[in-house]
Design a protein around this ligand. Structure first.
Ligand code: SF4
Length: 119
């Protein structure tokens, strides 16, 4: 059974859209709930080393589904497409969530809902 991975991407942590939540509390809460096989934080996935991160993370083939909470899902799809394609990761296995402008509690609730709807 492939693993479910979760990445929280936070626009370097300086964007006003991410100031209402405590990003470490969000990650701790979802770890406690064991929603995913692994969780991690990335400051900016949509730049070159973000592409590299995605490629390295997924190239082993162990991740069956990658959940990314960050900006608009359509934007995520466009920004990560090349990285997914280059390592043969099916883009349908990327589940994207817009998590901007949420409090810690709202973010955790939205992440739980995302997993329920996309098991
Ligand atoms: S992928 Fe989205 S959330 Fe992450 S840094 Fe880029 S714009 Fe921000």
């Amino acid at each position: 059974m492939g693993k479910k991975g979760f990445v929280l991407c936070v626009c370097q942590g300086t964007c006003p859209s991410f100031t209402k939540m405590d990003i470490f509390a969000v990650l701790s809460d979802i770890r406690r709930e064991k929603l995913f096989d692994y969780v991690c934080l990335h400051p900016q996935l949509c730049v070159e080393d973000g592409d590299e991160f995605i490629k390295v993370l997924l190239s082993g083939g162990e991740t069956e589904k990658l959940y990314v909470a960050g900006c608009d899902p359509r934007m995520q799809g466009k920004m990560f497409r090349d990285a997914f394609e280059s390592i043969g990761f099916d883009k349908e296995k990327h589940v994207a969530l817009d998590i901007r402008n949420k409090t810690t509690e709202e973010a955790v609730a939205a992440i739980k809902k995302m997993v329920e709807e996309n098991p």
